[in-house]
Design a protein around this ligand. Structure first.
Ligand SMILES: [Zn+2]
Ligand SMILES: [Zn+2]
Length: 95
């Protein structure tokens, strides 16, 4: 098991940078949960080793959500048991 590294191939790709920007621009850098300024991108269906290769999940705008730091942390606290989501939060709230 390499749970800690799930997602890194996606998050480090140029394609992700592009999709991430599209997602933020789509939402006008506004958090979809609270309406304040947001610049983190969250996977609604979190990446796992099993779905990582599915474009619609890794890069599909339908699976991405622009959130502010606070809401992103809340979402991840709620699902804390999933390690990969914690990784997602750590990486994208620090950017
Ligand atoms: Zn928010
Ligand atoms: Zn997230």
């Amino acid at each position: 098991m390499q749970r800690r590294r799930v997602g890194s191939a996606v998050y480090e790709s140029q394609r992700w940078e592009r999709v991430r920007k599209l997602c933020l621009e789509r939402s006008h850098y506004i958090c979809e949960m609270c309406g304040r300024a947001g610049n983190t991108v969250h996977h609604k269906i979190a990446l796992t080793a099993d779905n990582l290769h599915i474009d619609a999940i890794a890069y599909g705008l339908d699976n991405l959500q622009c959130l502010c730091l606070e809401c992103h942390n809340k979402v991840h606290d709620r699902f804390k048991k999933y390690r990969f989501q914690t990784d997602c939060a750590r990486r994208y709230t620090l950017l």
